[in-house]
Design a protein around this ligand. Structure first.
Ligand code: GRF
Length: 193
């Protein structure tokens, strides 16, 4: 079974969706570890409830990114992790992890990249007045939401949509589509090796 680590910083609704899909058999993977850069975040409670090991850390307690990523990397090795799955991890991945996991770090972004990278993508799209937006799943490189695109799903912004209703629609799409795309990717990769 493919062992994955999920990295998250906040609420963890996507972590929960991935976990639920693993449990129901729709995603052939094992969540070996949750990595969280905000101690006390709700996502950590979700993992603890499911008996998934959690590695929490405060970036500001380290001298730089390399220092905390080296510790994360040790954890990933300890749990035999093959893929890093970002789900609301609000931080750029550095050279230490990119070198150790080339092409094996995946991110979910709530816009149709390359439009609206960075923070508050849903708000950016809404305020720009686009009529179509969506979500992107992509491999992670050193840039901000710039890596090769794996899959995208679009949705229409209705005349009646508010930022809140659009946000809810985007999240709903993420929760079904991200686990599905991960499953397809892992199966394909397993056939390749
Ligand atoms: C999601 O919208 C994801 O696309 C973005 O961060 C958000 C995380 O939400 N990268 P949650 O913590 O999974 O609820």
């Amino acid at each position: 079974m493919m062992k994955i680590a999920v990295f998250a910083s906040g609420t963890g609704s996507n972590f929960q969706a991935i976990l639920d899909e693993v449990k129901s058999g729709g995603l052939a993977a094992e969540i070996a570890l949750l990595v969280c850069d905000r101690p006390g975040a709700k996502v950590a409670l979700r993992a603890e409830k499911a008996n998934i090991p959690v590695f929490e850390f405060s970036p500001k307690e380290f001298k730089n990114k390399e220092a905390f990523e080296t510790i994360i990397l040790n954890q990933l090795k300890q749990y035999n992790v093959s893929y890093v799955v970002l789900a609301g991890y609000m931080r750029l991945i550095g050279e230490t992890l990119l070198t150790a996991y080339p092409k094996n770090i995946i991110n979910l972004h709530p816009s149709l990249l390359p439009s609206f990278p960075g923070k508050d993508a849903i708000g950016q799209a809404f305020h720009a007045g686009v009529k179509v937006t969506g979500i992107t799943i992509h491999f992670v490189d050193a840039g901000m939401d710039t890596g090769p695109i794996i899959a995208q799903k679009a949705l229409e912004v209705e005349e009646s949509d508010t930022l809140e209703s659009l946000t809810a629609k985007i999240h709903k799409l993420e929760h079904t589509y991200y686990p599905h795309v991960l499953n397809t990717l892992f199966q394909k990769r397993e056939l390749e090796v």
